[in-house]
Design a protein around this ligand. Structure first.
Ligand SMILES: Cc1cc2nc3c(=O)[nH]c(=O)nc-3n(C[C@H](O)[C@H](O)[C@H](O)COP(=O)(O)O)c2cc1C
Length: 149
């Protein structure tokens, strides 16, 4: 199984989660920033995982641009899931979060969501990640791999 993890990150927290997910996937995996992805990368991939910081309840502009570019027909598998980083405060939750928006957008375009989108918590705008989040990201990655078998 070939997995492509595409992420955006302003302060580095989403990047850390993306790399922890990548490290936990033992099959072939590539971890790339959205601005570095070439559309040819998509052709041979079985599973796409997209990650973004939550900005105003949504993914970043770079991730939104990517979502407009990826078409189901570009992919072998068209299987995907998404993650984000976010505040844990309940009040901010009224706007929703990036991961659900990413998954919703791709689902409307015919993608199959293999595992529910997940959010990982930061303590402040610049981070750091809350304790245990890198381990939780690795466990989430294992769940995805199991589901894909
Ligand atoms: C402009 C801006 C808007 C944000 N809006 C939200 C939000 O709506 N909900 C939320 O939970 N966090 C929000 N945050 C906090 C981000 O989730 C946090 O900066 C991010 O997880 C850090 O990830 P990064 O280090 O990969 O950039 C916002 C941060 C910025 C800079």
């Amino acid at each position: 199984m070939k997995t492509l993890i595409v992420y955006d990150s302003v302060y580095g927290n989403t990047e850390k989660i993306a790399k922890a997910i990548g490290d936990a996937i033992t099959d072939e995996v590539k971890v790339l920033r959205a601005s570095e992805v070439n559309s040819s990368e998509f052709k041979t991939v079985d599973l796409l995982i997209v990650g973004s910081p939550t900005h105003g309840g949504k993914p970043t502009r770079a991730i939104q641009d990517l979502l407009n570019k990826v078409h189901v027909s570009d992919f072998k598998g068209a299987n995907m899931t998404a993650f984000d980083t976010r505040f844990s405060m309940k009040l901010v939750g009224i706007f929703g979060y990036a991961a659900e928006k990413i998954a919703g957008s791709l689902k409307r375009n015919g993608w199959t969501i293999v595992v529910s989108p997940e959010g990982f918590f930061v303590k402040g705008k610049k981070g750091p990640l809350e304790k245990g989040e890198l381990e939780r990201a690795a466990a989430w990655a294992k769940e995805i791999v199991e589901r894909e078998k």
